[in-house]
Design a protein around this ligand. Structure first.
Ligand SMILES: Cc1cc2nc3c(=O)[nH]c(=O)nc-3n(C[C@H](O)[C@H](O)[C@H](O)COP(=O)(O)OP(=O)(O)OC[C@H]3O[C@@H](n4cnc5c(N)ncnc54)[C@H](O)[C@@H]3O)c2cc1C
Length: 379
């Protein structure tokens, strides 16, 4: 049961999703960049401060609040939800791991939405196998010199700050990877936007190249030996909110289809009076209930401080696969009307494809689950 502060926070997010995000999402799907004022509005209602400690101006809410906030925004626009939560996660990491003067200096712009941030592991030649990254961190007097390229990064096209993972030792050694806080406004950084057939506008996808970029010692956030383990744990949590976001996209689509099925007439009666049409929706609702239950189990395990590696992976694989299967079917259930841009079906279909790759691709997670036994009772 959420406390009063969390309830108030989530109520504001619902209004924001309904009244602001829903109005602009069709234009973002056509490739229009979100107005920066929307990001400051999102920050104003706390979306970049959720888990950030109160001492740094954060809301200090729990993991569940973050998952629910992400799901509410994603039910309208997955891309914006990903953009905001990525800035949020960097702000949280800075608050926890940066020296206090650095955190005090940099956090206000992230928390008030005047700057965005990203987390960069992926490179042109290292995606699933992140430990094979080639971005180098070379020790020099007073700091480090970073050289290499990061690509397919949420917020990469506009982020002011990035937590960049780079190799301090030989290539391919996870233990040699450290995390640096890089100011992407540095002249040693060149960046580019990445577009695709599914719009990347609200998620802000892009890449950047660091050309021997100097980073002061104080901005080494996680030294080699701890960084890779820390990001794997962070990504584990991300799998749970991405799972919730996919469930939320299916929930939103199913609600629209339910409403449409009551009014659209074919062969003299509403669509939902045709058993074969209704049965498909029932199957979707049943699978969706199971997907939400898995998300709930993963949240509960996280809150209890328990082991979540398998649950998080299973929740994400299950929810993403559900979204990939059901969203096209739900669009189809609307007939031609479902193709209109006022409905979220087409952009949610693109979002599910993106979700299948971010924070551990489906193939990689299935590899992990290959020997998992989820049986909850003694047999
Ligand atoms: C919109 C978007 C936003 C992103 N944001 C970020 C971000 O913010 N930060 C970041 O660091 N990265 C980000 N990524 C990158 C994402 O993490 C990678 O796309 C993902 O790790 C997969 O890497 P890849 O695309 O290079 O595919 P590859 O590693 O080249 O794999 C290609 C395909 O083969 C499969 N595959 C790979 N190896 C195996 C294997 N051993 N067995 C079976 N199948 C295998 C993969 O699952 C995939 O389907 C983002 C990606 C997208 C699309």
């Amino acid at each position: 049961m959420a406390d009063e502060t969390t309830e108030r926070f989530l109520a504001n997010i619902r209004v924001f999703a309904r009244e602001v995000v829903a109005r602009h999402a069709p234009a973002w799907a056509r490739g229009e960049a979100p107005d920066p004022a929307i990001l400051t509005q999102a920050a104003g209602i706390g979306l970049t401060r959720i888990e950030v400690p109160a001492a740094f101006g954060g809301l200090a809410l729990g993991f569940r609040a973050k998952v629910e906030a992400c799901a509410i925004i994603a039910s309208v626009d997955f891309g914006l939800a990903m953009a905001l939560v990525n800035t949020h996660n960097v702000a949280k990491r800075i608050a926890i791991s940066a020296p206090s003067p650095v955190a005090t200096r940099l956090l206000p712009a992230l928390l008030n939405g005047h700057a965005s941030a990203c987390t960069a592991l992926t490179e042109p030649d290292a995606g699933s196998d992140a430990a094979a990254m080639q971005c180098r961190a070379e020790r020099v007097d007073g700091g480090w010199v970073l050289d290499g390229e990061k690509t397919w990064i949420v917020n990469g096209r506009h982020a002011r700050y990035s937590i960049v993972y780079a190799q301090c030792a030989g290539q391919g050694r996870a233990a040699g990877i450290a995390a640096f806080l890089v100011d992407l406004a540095d002249p040693a950084c060149t960046r580019y936007a990445i577009e695709s057939a599914f719009s990347q506008a609200s998620i802000g996808t892009g890449g950047f190249r660091l050309n021997r970029c100097f980073v002061r010692d104080e901005r080494l956030l996680l030294p080699a030996g701890t960084a890779f383990k820390a990001i794997l744990e962070e990504i584990n949590g991300a799998r749970i909110y991405v799972a919730a976001m996919n469930c939320a996209m299916v929930s939103a689509a199913l609600r629209i289809v339910h409403a449409y099925g009551e009014t659209r007439q074919t062969f003299g009666k509403p669509l939902n009076q045709h058993p074969s049409w209704r049965e498909k929706r029932a199957e979707c609702a049943t699978a969706l209930a199971a997907a939400w239950s898995l998300v709930e189990a993963a949240i509960a395990a996280t809150e209890a401080g328990g082991e979540t590696r398998h649950l998080a992976a299973a929740a994400k694989v299950n929810a993403v696969t559900l979204a990939q299967r059901e969203l096209p079917a739900l669009l189809h259930a609307m007939g031609a009307e479902g193709l209109r841009e006022t409905y979220p079906f087409a952009r949610h279909i693109g979002a599910a494809q993106i979700a299948a790759l971010t924070d551990g691709s489906t193939a990689m997670l299935l590899d992990r689950l290959g020997r998992w036994d989820p049986t909850p009772i003694r047999l």
